[in-house]
Design a protein around this ligand. Structure first.
Ligand code: KIV
Ligand code: NA
Length: 271
């Protein structure tokens, strides 16, 4: 199977007639996860959520370009079907379009990923245009933008006032008109996600948004039941934490009872 392309994703405006099926996207940070998710997903996101999920950091703010590059390369090596999108980490793109281009080019060169994602709306629109016009496809991300946690004060849903709702719609419209090939809408009151989905030409990817978005994304560890803290918008499709605990408990018990290794796991002496 040939790898999907960014233009093919951009055409998947599933909320419009003839727009195709909704886009399925999950995060992946490692090669084995990428291999397992790739056949089922249109896009894999190397999310900066790896800061919390893999490294135990308190937020995504400390995540570095080097971390994103290392995990991005692993995910590209583990996939052959999905479009791989890499998050630009906090501090690597906000200062100027030039800074963003250097960081994004580094990520694409180091990993072979097809596109980057960056957080922000109207303020980032010139940067989205700068990158898009220079060969770097950009996915937008509006609403609850976790890199702004120190400004927002937490991870609560956004757009509860009409003024805030209007600002989020303006943000999404600005990055879409600047050339974003898709826009993630995270943690907003549902009517905002619907308004944006109807307003912009490229696909919207919801997370804590609406089933009417053109696609959905979740953190894989969250939907697999592997990460301890999850938001309302996470649906658990498995309890991998419980299953891993049970497997490890069984292993440790067998070691202590000298049941493992058994005859099948040892190299018997040649006679
Ligand atoms: O970092 C991440 O995992 C994300 C998605 C949740 C959209 O940005
Ligand atoms: Na992210």
């Amino acid at each position: 199977r040939k790898r999907l392309t960014v233009p093919a994703i951009r055409r998947r405006k599933s909320s419009r007639e003839g727009g195709g099926e909704p886009l399925a996207m999950l995060t992946a940070y490692t090669v084995r996860t990428a291999q397992l998710l790739d056949p089922h997903c249109d896009m894999l996101l190397v999310g900066d959520s790896l800061g919390q999920v893999i490294y135990g950091l308190p937020s995504t703010v400390p995540v570095t370009l080097q971390m994103m590059a290392a995990h991005g390369a692993a995910v590209v090596r583990g996939s052959y079907h999905a479009v791989v999108v890499i998050d630009m980490p906090f501090g690597s793109y906000e200062a100027s379009p030039q800074q963003a281009f250097e960081s994004a080019a580094f990520l694409l060169k180091e990993t072979g990923a097809a596109a980057v994602k960056l957080e922000g709306g109207e303020a980032m629109a010139p940067t989205v245009r700068f990158l898009s016009e220079r060969g770097i496809p950009v996915m937008g991300h509006v609403g609850l933008t976790p890199q702004a946690v120190n400004v927002l004060g937490g991870y609560g849903a956004r757009g509860k006032s009409e003024a805030e709702a209007a600002k989020i719609v303006a943000d999404a419209t600005a990055v879409a008109e600047a050339g974003a090939f898709a826009v993630v809408i995270e943690g907003v009151m549902e009517p905002i996600a619907i308004r944006i989905t109807q307003a912009i030409a490229c696909p919207t990817i919801g997370i804590g948004a609406s089933a009417q978005c053109d696609g959905q994304v979740l953190v894989a560890e969250d939907m697999l039941g592997l990460f301890e803290r999850t938001a309302r918008f996470v649906k658990r499709y498995d309890d991998m934490a419980g299953r891993i605990s049970a497997a490890v408990e069984a292993y440790a018990g067998e070691v202590r009872a000298r049941v493992f290794p058994g005859p099948e796991q040892i190299y018997p002496a040649k006679d």
